[in-house]
Design a protein around this ligand. Sequence first.
Ligand SMILES: [Zn+2]
Length: 302
Amino acid sequence: MLSNITLAIKCLVLTIILFCNLQTLLGNGQKTWHERHEMCAGEYQSPIKIIGHHAVPLSLRAVEMVGYHDPLPGPLLLINNGHSVKLRPADLDQVVSPPAVYGALLTDHYILDSFHFHWGLRNYRGSEHRVNGIRYPMEMHVIHRKQSYGSINEALEYNDGLAVLAFFFQLREKDNQKLNPLVKQLRDVTEEGQSVQLDTTFTMSSLLPRDLDIYYTYKGSLTTPPCNEAVTWIVFPEPNYISIRQLKRFRRLSAGESKMADNYRILQELGNRLVFVRRMYSEKTANRTVAENHQFWYSDVA
Ligand SMILES: [Zn+2]
């Protein structure tokens, strides 16, 4: 009798484990996003798998970052929106010269809007993009909108509306002190819908890796519904660092009834898109005039 009960318990545990893994495999309902958000089934979705030696090497301009070395204009809002934890300067609209980026293959200045994170419940997963086979435990997205568009909503209507900078975080033993102002207030936004004003500010550049010379760039989409194909992605392969202790603070956040971890989208097909990689000394060059021609970003061969 006792062995039957033990067997039943074992089966139950096994079923739960299998079910949980299946949930992960199916990407927590991502497969049905397109039923309510048609664009999620689009041809040019993100994230993608980036393979260095398949990327087109070009002598591109660096990504120029304006105001990234100045303290972010306060107050900074930390928000748990159920998909991620997001930071946003609350009064950005009133800032005369907000942080911005230009350069790369961007055709204009792009103004900072906000930034957020994707991370995993386990150390071997969490990042959205995969570069040369590596999945990092965390990825940060810094969202900018083209300055000629009045708002994020307007920018989402255009294929050059947003520029998103993606940065990876690798684990190391020691805390990354520069993340602490943010990490220590994560406990105030544990539940979905909570937000808090940070009691400090920091520079955007303090969250970035040291080497920003090399990057990949391609045309893609938002990685959450409604999945608008409005993003020029700029992905930096050099990772920044985070400790396991700090990452665990992210993993404690909740999204409604479940944990927020594993808030990454599964990889999407590249299709006929080209991924460009900046090579400092490549013979081939490209500039913004070329990039204005949308076809430049796609190969003729599907
Ligand atoms: Zn994101």
